[in-house]
Design a protein around this ligand. Sequence first.
Ligand code: GDP
Ligand code: IMO
Ligand code: MG
Length: 420
Amino acid sequence: MIDVLLGLQWGDEGKGKIVDYLADNYDLICRFQGGPNAGHTIVIGGKKHVLHTIPSGIFRPTVINVIGNGVVIDPIVLAKELAMLAENEITADKILIARKAHLILPTHRYLDAASEAAKGKAKIGSTLRGIGPTYMDKTGRNGLRVGDLESADFMQRYAALKEKHLSLAKIYPNIDFDLEKEEQEWFDSLEVIKKLQFIDSSYYLSEALKAGKKILAEGAQGSMLDIDYGTYPYVTSSNTITAGVCTGLGVPPQSIGKVYGISKSYCTRVGSGPFPTELDNELGEELRQLGAEFGATTGRPRRTGWIDLAQLKYTIMLNGVDHLCITKMDCLNTFESIELGIGYTEKGQLTDRLPYNLEADLSPQYQTLQGWNQDINSIRDYNEMPTEVKDYISFLENYLGVPVTMLSTGPEREALIIKD
Ligand code: GDP
Ligand code: IMO
Ligand code: MG
């Protein structure tokens, strides 16, 4: 079976840390969607590593890491990640790339930036990594794939796509972009990528499943950024939910096993779009500082707010979550009381359903729980947790109807509690 781990909010829930922890129990870790818009942080022995394309199993010596066909790959970013890993004495022999994964061209990034510039105030707040334009070329049937690197006419196809992008860009405002320099770096990086092992991922994974290998699919972004079910149009361009695993890896639905959903003990969002429980005030700033909420990919300050249980109920439903993991519990250590969003009042009615229009004038309703108001960072046994932590977790479990089986209390690999 292929277990799945994904974010239930707007990304940055701590997926990298939890995948790295769980990877010890798996043979393969597979990314199935997204691209270098992701930034997955892993802290081992006090050293911080950020991964954008490579799965978070790479720090476990025996684990194979698959970059699936649903991922979009920027060779420049991938080559930099490989260099970072080499500095940490990690080689690339445990990395496999699906031939059907699409390539992000320099002109995709150019189009991303130009399109955002044209949107003005309505901008999405994209990471500007070329994600949208690359998936557009995929669905538009124009894209270049990793497997095309092996074909004789790659250069002609590259040149044709680049020209098409440059004509398209004429509808957008001019922006600064040194295409010649970017292309040079892209082609240099391609030489690095070409040395990696390319696979036909559906055959490869089918055989791995038959051989009884334990596989974990690692989500990127969060369910609220899903192209179909997120806060459209303020979303990314892929299916970030469990359903994306089948198309993003080429595996049948019967092969999906347990689904781990991750949420912070509060909520964050980076980029534009609705965020009903946002705290756009001093308290929000306090949460940002306590949680060090600055993007792992772009360094942008993340918007912060209280945990939104109605929102979580929705993404648990979409993903078929079996187990919940609550991260950043330690970031609430200093609060006398903690608020939890339990629905919205819309036209005088309380509802726990997310309305079609999340930009409508929604008033979130809150349950207040007593804070634990003490340092819980070094506790490793759930039974030793303060009563207030247990009450908070019970409240989540009762409202959401799913057990919390992991609690994270710090960025380090070891700061994790497994709860039965
Ligand atoms: P991802 O995109 O879901 O992998 O998450 P990011 O790496 O973008 O952001 C999560 C941030 O929180 C990183 O800086 C992690 O090191 C950090 N982190 C993860 N879990 C915890 C936790 O339990 N407590 C604290 N304080 N930080 C955490
Ligand atoms: P991880 O995997 C948080 C957000 C961007 C923007 C929107 C669209 O680290 O959780 P895009 O670059 O995809 O066109 O941006 O999605 N976004 C993320 N926010 N974490 C991420 O990934 C994100 N990837 C994209 O900020 O609002
Ligand atoms: Mg991140």
